[in-house]
Design a binder for this molecule. Structure first.
Ligand SMILES: Cc1cc2nc3c(=O)[nH]c(=O)nc-3n(C[C@H](O)[C@H](O)[C@H](O)COP(=O)(O)OP(=O)(O)OC[C@H]3O[C@@H](n4cnc5c(N)ncnc54)[C@H](O)[C@@H]3O)c2cc1C
Length: 492
């Protein structure tokens, strides 16, 4: 699994965010002196459960943001009861708490300042049980996604969520961000993978909704409130996860596609020919494919680099022989009908891994550029070709030394940009170029990464004032003192 080793630091994405500073100022003086609060917290979580001062040195602020963790203290509770006691103390003291999982989030939701208590779930990492008959797994929030996937696989089962940060991100973080990833087309987002949830509210109340059945129509869906709430409404402590039968065979194809119309046609073509089997439909624009198979990469291009689009496709199928023969037949038809310029089926697990690395690896872009702004938007597929061309043209018109790479989970209408801003480094201007056109297209400024700090200013491009006000009312009701991850998603 690849995770970036050298991370670009984006200075506009920092702890000097005005709303954060405002909250921090508002909280001083606290009703308890900081050292007294820290002593009481230590009594709750034990000496190994709290890191302050020099003990914090060297703790990373996250693989993407770089630098050291900023915090008054890092708390590492081991149980739900400890999280509850921590929240009671912090609420009484008016102390800001920032929940953190694997810190792989790409919207700045886990960002903290030196005035904040960071509550990490890293020691709540037990898989409590797995039941192959009911296809469920009960986990603590700090369990790493890949651990869940591997544990399910031991019993011939599969946890459907999968994404590039699988080796570092946690189930709690996946829930809080309602993570998407590469299998949404077939299995849905994290929202669909969670049957039950346990959450600690700001006042320390433990809300247990640990159901393990698919159907439960008993009023408001409390569980879903926390999916995508980005740590602003409560701290996820445990969950009941839904598992699926693992596919008996996975076939992976890489296709060179001559036009955007054909990218859309092929999605329908394969989905209709292999009903329910298409599990991933990723698209790489040529620049991305070229970079990730060129001199900055260790992977040679499996197909020529002269086509505008490359489709990477996973098909989950019950029989390897049949699946392969059927896909070969479909690729031949697509080739004969000029739907694709070329195509190749992965012949081994190693080759499959290489194809996926072309899609998922960020190393080549980090090698080539010293700074990248990442984007994650969604919009109707019919509008995507023009949208990408327009953003690219506007970017280069204003910053001639900039570069744009486009790729994404296109089967879900989810497009990512990696933008090198050029020497000007004007994040606001680039953000506006990317987000503004989405309003007219009924697109979303965040398809799967969330809003966090990074996209707060643009939430209004996707959500109406009435929707945002309802979110604010919910936040005020559940966190009247605004101490839980304040300033994320929106300002109050
Ligand atoms: C290489 C790479 C690829 C990625 N690919 C994808 C992708 O395909 N799809 C996708 O959706 N995302 C992707 N991401 C983003 C990221 O991995 C996800 O957002 C992930 O769900 C974050 O989990 P985490 O444990 O790292 O959470 P963190 O980054 O620690 O936190 C994220 C947010 O959740 C909150 N939070 C964390 N734990 C809890 C908890 N227990 N209770 C309440 N709030 C909590 C934090 O306060 C913060 O607001 C990728 C990231 C990287 C680095």
């Amino acid at each position: 699994m690849y995770l970036p080793s050298r991370v670009p630091v984006d200075t506009t994405f920092s702890n000097t965010d005005s709303s954060i500073r405002f909250i921090a100022n508002r909280m001083t003086p606290m009703s308890l002196p900081a050292n007294q609060l820290l002593q009481e917290l230590e009594t709750v979580v034990g000496t190994a459960g709290i890191l302050t001062g020099k003990a914090l040195a060297g703790r990373s602020a996250g693989i993407w943001s770089g630098g050291e963790l900023q915090a008054l203290a890092l708390l590492r509770p081991k149980t739900t009861a400890q999280v509850s006691a921590v929240m009671k103390l912090c609420q009484a003291a008016g102390q800001v708490v920032v929940p953190a999982g694997g810190m792989t989030g790409l919207a700045g939701g886990h960002k903290s300042t030196t005035n904040d208590i960071v509550l990490s779930t890293e020691r709540m990492n037990r898989i409590e049980s797995m039941d192959a008959r009911t296809r469920t797994m009960v986990v603590e929030a700090g369990v790493i996604l890949q651990t869940v996937q591997e544990t399910a696989a031991q019993d011939g089962l599969m946890f459907a969520l999968d994404l590039g940060a699988r080796a570092s991100c946690t189930i709690g973080g996946n829930i809080a961000t309602n993570a998407g990833g590469v299998r949404v087309l077939r299995y849905g987002m994290m929202r669909e993978q969670v049957l039950g949830l346990e959450v600690v509210l700001v006042d320390g109340t433990i809300v247990s909704s640990m159901f393990d059945v698919l159907k439960n129509n008993t009023g408001y869906d409390i569980r879903q409130m926390f999916l995508g709430s980005e740590g602003t409404l409560g701290i996820v402590t445990r969950a009941v996860l839904r598992l699926h039968e693992a596919p008996l065979a996975i076939e992976t194809a890489l296709l060179a596609v001559p036009s955007w119309d054909k990218v859309m046609e092929l999605l329908r073509f394969f989905d209709a020919a292999l009903p329910g089997a298409l599990a991933a439909y990723e698209v790489l624009w040529r620049d991305h494919y070229e970079l990730n198979t060129g001199p900055h990469s260790s992977i040679d291009p499996p197909l020529e680099t002269d086509t505008p689009y490359y489709v990477l496709m996973d098909v989950f199928i019950s029989d390897h022989e049949y699946g392969r023969a059927r896909l070969e037949e479909l690729l031949t038809t697509a080739l004969e009908q000029d739907e694709i310029a070329d195509g190749v089926l992965a012949s081994s697990e190693t080759e499959r891994g290489r194809f996926w690395q072309i899609r998922e690896s960020f190393e080549p872009e980090q090698d080539k550029f010293d700074l990248i702004y990442g984007y994650d938007v969604s919009l109707p597929l019919e509008a995507m070709e023009d949208y990408v061309a327009t953003v690219r043209a506007r970017l280069l018109e204003r910053f001639s030394d900039a570069a744009l790479l486009a790729y994404g989970h296109i089967g879900d209408g989810n497009l990512h940009f990696s933008i090198y801003p050029g020497a000007h480094r004007n994040r606001d201007a680039v953000d506006e170029m990317v987000y503004f056109p989405l309003q007219a297209l009924h697109g979303s400024v965040s398809a799967e990464h969330g809003i966090g700090l990074e996209k707060k200013a643009y939430l209004k491009y996707t959500r109406s004032e009435a929707e945002i006000e309802l979110m604010r009312k919910t936040k005020r009701m559940m966190d009247p003192d605004n101490i839980l991850n304040p300033g994320k998603l929106f300002d109050l």
